[in-house]
Design a protein around this ligand. Structure first.
Ligand SMILES: Nc1ncnc2c1ncn2[C@@H]1O[C@H](COP(=O)(O)OP(=O)(O)OP(=O)(O)O)[C@@H](O)[C@H]1O
Ligand SMILES: CC(C)(CO)[C@@H](O)C(=O)NCCC(=O)O
Ligand SMILES: [K+]
Length: 256
């Protein structure tokens, strides 16, 4: 039994593995140093700090595998007894550049190993990223832009009159030509983001007509639902899967 921890820019994503089998996953906020120390010293569920909201098992897995894109958080977790931090060199993708995010590399590896290459992964997280590899598992490249939440947050924070829009408040598509401030912000951000995603997908299919596409990240469901309404032909070829990074980690385990 082993624990995997993905440290994102907004929160922590956990997975419990039994051998190579992904048993369960859950999310928590960032944890304070005191809680991490307590976790490191716990041996059974009963000792665990409540913030961890740990699921079923009664003994704690001795091994923690970390994939992090937040160096300050990685440093905090180094105190855990049997910790393994995944680095880019361990990922068998070719043509990767040294500063590529480990989350992007792992998600792409996990998706490609599961469904095959060429593969394009769209991560609708804090940042929205596109990351692609060709049939020979060479990184084709990708793109990084502010994610949905970040686009709303910057507008709210860097202007004098614009309110903060919460992604939780989004349900149906806003009117394209809006007659209120809140809907105007929603329209601007959502329609341009979806048009941008569509444009990247079409460019991907120009390169690789049979190329596969997977979408992950905290905003995956919202964006996928909007894509189904606006561009159903595109949505029908997308696979929605939140756990690509954990699949990538599991695929590495058998590799090393
Ligand atoms: N409970 C939640 N807490 C925070 N964000 C959430 C939550 N549920 C959905 N989201 C959405 O998820 C997005 C963040 O995505 P995600 O949780 O994948 O980020 P992350 O993994 O921390 O960051 P990274 O982009 O570094 O991977 C936000 O834009 C937000 O709208
Ligand atoms: C782009 C993010 C923030 C997405 O989580 C992460 O993958 C990262 O910090 N990447 C480093 C830069 C790059 O991937 O080119
Ligand atoms: K940064």
């Amino acid at each position: 039994m082993w624990l995997a921890l993905e440290i994102g820019n907004t929160r922590l994503h956990w997975a419990l593995f039994i051998g190579a089998k992904l048993d369960c996953t859950w999310d928590t906020e960032y944890l304070p140093e005191s809680v991490i120390q307590q976790l490191a010293q716990s041996h059974t569920l009963a000792d665990l700090p409540p913030e961890i909201s740990f699921p079923a098992p009664c003994s704690l897995p001795p091994l923690l595998t970390i994939a992090s894109v937040v160096p300050s958080q990685t440093a905090l977790w180094q105190t855990y007894p049997h910790v393994r931090v995944i680095t880019l060199e361990q990922i068998p993708l070719k043509n990767i550049y040294p500063t590529l995010g480990i989350d992007r590399a792992l998600a792409l590896w996990g998706a490609g190993k599961t469904w095959g290459f060429p593969m394009l992964v769209i991560d609708a997280g804090t940042a929205l990223t596109f990351t692609a590899a060709d049939a020979n598992q060479y990184l084709v490249g990708g793109a990084i832009l502010p994610g949905l939440g970040l686009q709303f947050a910057t507008l709210g924070q860097k202007t004098g009159q614009l309110p903060q829009i919460e992604t939780e408040s989004l349900v149906s598509l806003p009117p394209r030509f809006a007659l209120s401030t809140a809907e105007a912000i929603q329209s601007g951000v959502i329609y341009t983001l979806l048009a941008g995603i569509k444009d990247f997908i079409e460019a991907w299919w120009q390169l690789y007509p049979e190329g596969k596409i997977a979408i992950k990240g905290g905003d995956r469901t919202l964006l996928f639902n909007y894509l189904q309404i606006l561009y159903p032909a595109i949505a029908s070829r997308l696979t929605v899967e939140p756990n690509l990074i954990f699949w990538g980690i599991a695929a590495l385990k058998s590799h090393v």
